[in-house]
Design a protein. Structure first.
Length: 274
């Protein structure tokens, strides 16, 4: 059951109202948050964001006029060094800053904001754009229980949320859930190519692969069963699925390749974080 934001009486500042920021705006409004309580800082607001300004959303007011209860930073990490330090002017004693910038550590955020700032680092993934994301979050020592609950509620507007206590795990998180959608899309591509190689018209193979991956993902989402049980339920002994799984589950099959892929992404995440 989703937590309501209808009782939120403070000021929420969204820094960066692009695709992900826009999805969060929609999610917050769905949870009952009034646009009157939201400020959007976006140098190039889309027509959709401008329209929300007519419904109470404050767009690009002077920073000195804002007392932020929460700041959600949703800009690209490449511009973080320029964008984040000026946000210190918005920070009050009870402000929590929530970053969804990939690769930007708690240490970076703490250096860039006033020393007292409560900071949450979060890693959503691209399905958050349709409200079906998974976000992993970690808080610094200054985040109190109320701020953590607020951050959790704000992040749940675009999907499920998991919390970790060790920020060092964030590189592996990024490798699994952050980069993971690309692996699934590649699976659909690969399945389509294999279907075409087996004799199907390429366009039909692509449609079958797309619908199969999407449908199986939805079944996994809705089912209380784990992935292994769902797999077993599809597999008849000695049948066609079993023949395919013998290849995919062999010692040199999917598992070692996926381990290598996730390890490579984890290493790269550490390199990018410095």
């Amino acid at each position: 059951m989703e937590t309501s934001l209808s009782d939120f009486a403070g000021t929420l500042v969204l820094v960066g109202a692009g695709k992900m920021g826009g999805a969060m705006l929609e999610g917050w409004h769905r949870l009952g948050l009034k646009f009157d309580n939201i400020v959007a800082l976006e140098p190039q607001p889309s027509p959709e964001i401008i329209t929300l300004g007519q419904r109470g959303l404050r767009i690009n007011p002077a920073l000195d006029t804002i007392a932020a209860t929460a700041i959600v930073i949703a800009v690209k990490p490449q511009v973080a060094a320029q964008v984040v330090p000026p946000l210190g002017r918005l920070v009050r004693d009870d402000t929590v800053a929530i970053s969804i910038m990939a690769g930007r550590t708690l240490a970076f955020l703490e250096r860039s904001l006033p020393a007292r700032t409560a900071v949450v680092r979060a890693m959503p993934n691209t399905p958050a754009a349709i409200g079906r994301g998974i976000t992993v979050a970690v808080a610094n020592a200054r985040v109190n229980d109320a701020q953590r609950q607020l951050a959790d509620t704000l992040l749940r507007a675009v999907g499920a949320v998991e919390w970790i206590g060790d920020e060092a795990l964030m590189d592996a998180v990024t490798a699994v859930s952050g980069s993971g959608p690309a692996y699934v899309f590649l699976l659909a591509e690969s399945l389509a190519r294999a279907g075409a190689a087996a004799g199907l018209p390429a366009e039909l193979a692509a449609r079958l692969a797309r619908a199969t991956v999407a449908g199986a993902g939805e079944l996994l989402h809705r089912s209380a069963l784990d992935a292994a049980t769902l797999r077993q339920n599809v597999t008849s002994p000695g049948g066609t699925t079993a023949a395919a799984l013998e290849v995919l589950m062999a010692a040199d099959g999917l598992d070692p390749v996926m381990r290598q892929a996730v390890a490579a992404a984890t290493r790269r995440g550490r390199e990018l974080a410095g």
